[in-house]
Design a protein around this ligand. Structure first.
Ligand SMILES: *Cc1c(COP(=O)(O)O)cnc(C)c1O
Length: 228
């Protein structure tokens, strides 16, 4: 079994090679280590290997981990579905939120964020697959939600995020990401602070990097299958 440090090294190399393949600047794609359902001992090893940004999906699990990892300088990213009654905890215990999908959640996060903290970095989640069961606004709705967020004092609009339905081939995955990339580039002309395209997971990060990802969110390919 390769060590966690080994896995981070290997993935780092793979990301660099993939960037080169698609003429992306090295280091332009940030790695978010998705640590949901992984024990804090594993996160400590990842931290020791140099990783600082961790993604969590479940509020209570993340709060427990924060408590246990207080001694580490971790950047906490919330990437899961947001229930309105959890916004206060999310607003004050994370540095980033990738999964804003409605005005009410954006307004609550800004109202509840402690103004003494730096503004919360946020992305608007876009539903690319049109599945009713999945969260996210349509591509056509993204601009309106970005416009609202840009007016909220305790949020800092950073970009767009998506979780497409699984597709088998690189070509299909790229075709799915392409409209998001084009809309992201258009929105960048309207919102100058927009610098983050949060796409790419273990099974589709090559396609995501080919289509302009600036932050890949990787769990399984780093940590192995999630326990439980
Ligand atoms: C679980 C999860 C990931 C990581 O998925 P892997 O396939 O394990 O890399 C990325 N983004 C979100 C939103 C997730 O829920």
């Amino acid at each position: 079994m390769p060590s966690i440090a080994n896995k981070f090294n290997r993935l780092g190399t793979e990301l660099a090679v993939t960037c080169a393949r698609y003429s992306r600047k090295p280091n332009c794609v940030h790695l978010l280590a998705v640590s949901k359902r992984q024990p804090v001992a594993v996160m400590r090893k990842a931290y020791a290997a140099g990783q600082r940004a961790f993604g969590e999906n479940y509020v209570q699990e993340a709060l427990d981990k924060r408590e246990q990892l207080q001694d580490l300088d971790i950047q906490w990213h919330f990437i899961g579905p947001i229930q309105s009654n959890k916004t206060r905890d999310i607003a004050n215990s994370f540095d980033w939120v990738h999964s804003i999908d409605r005005a009410k959640v954006a307004e609550r996060l800004s109202a509840q964020r402690n103004p003494a903290l730096a503004p919360l970095n946020v992305c608007v989640q876009v539903n690319l697959s049109g599945e009713k069961s999945k969260s996210g606004v349509t591509l056509g709705e993204a601009e309106a939600l970005c416009s609202l967020i840009a007016t909220l004092p305790n949020l800092r609009l950073r970009g767009l995020m998506a979780i497409p339905a699984p597709l088998d081939t690189l070509e299909e995955q790229r075709a799915c990401f392409l409209p998001l990339r084009l809309e992201f580039e258009r929105l960048q002309t309207l919102f100058p602070g927009l610098d983050t395209l949060s796409i790419g997971m273990s099974a589709d990060f090559e396609a995501a990097i080919a289509e302009g990802s600036t932050m890949v969110r990787i769990g399984t390919a780093l940590f192995g299958a999630r326990p439980g």
